[in-house]
Design a protein around this ligand. Structure first.
Ligand code: TPP
Ligand code: MG
Length: 467
């Protein structure tokens, strides 16, 4: 992302003039690079550099401040050619070492993640995994890199990672991490491997040199773009009759078992597990699923199967307010594809007004609004640490169906499992954007446990401490 932002005139700088901000300071820890163009004749140079930096290595945002008087200047400038992102290739020696390490492994696991994946790179990695019968898991909110229906796919390491996958990852003797930073969420708060020596063979492939060796010291570090690495990996001679065929099969069986909803309550009126399973069958292969941040996201993350060329768009930063705008943007780019945005009531109230943009642009994303009348994630932490003490997490929401009508989009409010399918089909058919509210049981705090179970556990832990 390249952000062009207006700045006060050059002769007003440092007066704290109207709306003056020192953008270099403000964005220093957030952006990959911040610059200001003070001379009109430097526009070609600095704009070229902005795109070059934003797209090369680990992609990241660049902020360009533009003093308003500079914008009124004219200058003679040569036209420069388009920017070309710089991506490294894996070397022959690195690939030979990778194959040697893999050949010596007993329980290998591949972790895919990060950005820079093209359709061809995804297909190449799937081919590499199948040829070597390797299990593949993915990092937080990067579930669409490998088609989840392939036998190689064994789950995701997000906020609600399956305990069986976490255990399996810990007992792996070789990790091949491709593109993932292995950050706090993916590494389950840095518990998947020891720091800094991971205690196992770690082959880390990343587009940026500075990410290699961060936290975990790799046995083999390979700086490479994803398309470049994936093509090379697919061309490697496969390990014949790998020792880990059973290990991969067990991992896949555990993942498939996880698709069966956990029985949390006796026939709940709105059974989210059944609804997610219905959606898994219903969504086309090229569907785009966007997600906000919040506990509701556990439902699509655990039960949907992301596919290619389908996409998952979600904030790996955990920022709320992303789901609706991302769904509107995805539908603008791909008007012919089904776009479903998953959102909590809290997150929807932050940026849900973007439904006006969808209506104005004439595009129809479908928003599934999980209404539990609270900031569920924060309530969960309150119950865990201070059971029964609820502060500032209850929400008094507007009438969402009425809000949908006010925006001019389709609205439905679903309180029973059997009402969902027809509401969803009507939303698809409406073609003008839709808000489908799911009036969920607030007890369903995660896909694996209830609010009262959490509270009981926290209370009895407190009792034990007292005793
Ligand atoms: C912009 C922003 N503000 C605050 C938070 C902290 N936060 C994380 S989840 C959450 C609550 C989410 O509530 P909701 O969208 O209703 O989803 P639920 O957890 O109830 O399913 C909050 C406040 C955040 N991640 N992002
Ligand atoms: Mg909520």
């Amino acid at each position: 992302m390249v952000v062009l932002v207006g700045q006060v005139a050059r002769h007003q700088i440092d007066r704290e003039a109207f709306q003056e901000v020192d953008f270099r300071k403000m964005y220093a820890p957030l952006a990959k690079w911040v610059t200001q163009i003070d001379l009109a004749e430097r526009i070609p140079e600095l704009m070229n550099q902005a795109f070059q930096v934003a797209t090369s290595g680990r992609p990241g945002p660049v902020v360009v401040a533009l003093p308003e008087d500079m914008l009124r200047e004219t200058a003679a400038a040569a036209v420069v050619g388009p920017y070309r992102a710089v991506r490294a290739h894996p070397g022959a020696a690195d690939l030979a070492e990778l194959r040697r390490l893999l050949g010596a492994a007993e329980r290998p696991i591949v972790l895919v993640g990060g950005s820079g994946w093209t359709d061809a790179a995804c297909a190449d990695i799937a081919r590499f995994a199948r040829a070597n019968d390797l299990p593949v898991c993915c990092s937080f909110r990067r579930q669409d890199i490998v088609d989840n229906r392939l036998p190689a796919f064994v789950g995701d390491l997000g906020t609600g990672a399956a305990p069986t996958l976490v255990d399996r990852f810990k007992s792996a003797d070789l990790v091949l991490a491709i593109g993932a930073r292995i950050g706090e969420i993916t590494s389950q708060s840095y518990t998947l491997m020891s720091v800094p020596d991971p205690g196992k063979t770690l082959i880390h492939v990343h587009a940026a040199a500075e990410e290699l060796g961060r936290v975990f010291r790799p046995t083999l570090a390979i700086q490479s773009g994803m398309p470049e690495f994936a093509a090379a990996a697919a061309a490697l001679e496969p390990i014949s009759a790998p020792r880990w065929a059973g290990w991969r099969k067990e991992a896949r069986a555990e993942y498939e078992k996880g698709l069966i909803p956990t029985a949390l309550a006796d026939s709940p009126a709105l059974d989210l597990g059944r609804i997610m399973n219905w959606l898994r069958e219903r969504l086309p292969d090229d569907a785009i699923v966007t997600s906000d941040a919040g506990n509701f996201s556990g439902w699509p993350n655990r039960f949907l199967q992301y596919r290619r060329p389908g996409r998952q768009l979600g904030p790996t930063s955990g920022a709320m307010g992303y789901g609706v705008p991302a769904a509107v943007a995805a539908k603008l780019v791909h008007p012919a594809r089904v776009v479903v945005g998953f959102c909590g009531d809290g997150g929807f109230m932050m940026t849900g007004q973007e439904m006006a943009t969808a209506f104005g642009e004439g595009v129809g994303p479908i928003i599934l609004l999980f209404n539990n009348a609270m900031y569920g994630t924060i309530r969960m932490h309150q119950e865990r640490r201070f059971p029964g003490r609820i502060v500032g997490t209850a929400l008094k929401n507007p009438d969402f169906a009425a809000l949908a009508a006010a925006y001019g989009v389709f609205g439905a409010s679903v309180g029973r499992t059997e009402e969902f399918a027809s509401a969803f089909e009507a939303a698809v058919a409406s073609k003008r954007g839709a808000i489908v509210e799911l009036r969920m049981d607030p007890e369903m705090i995660t896909t694996r446990t209830t609010l009262s179970a959490l509270r009981r556990r926290a209370e009895s832990a407190k009792e034990q401490v007292r005793a």
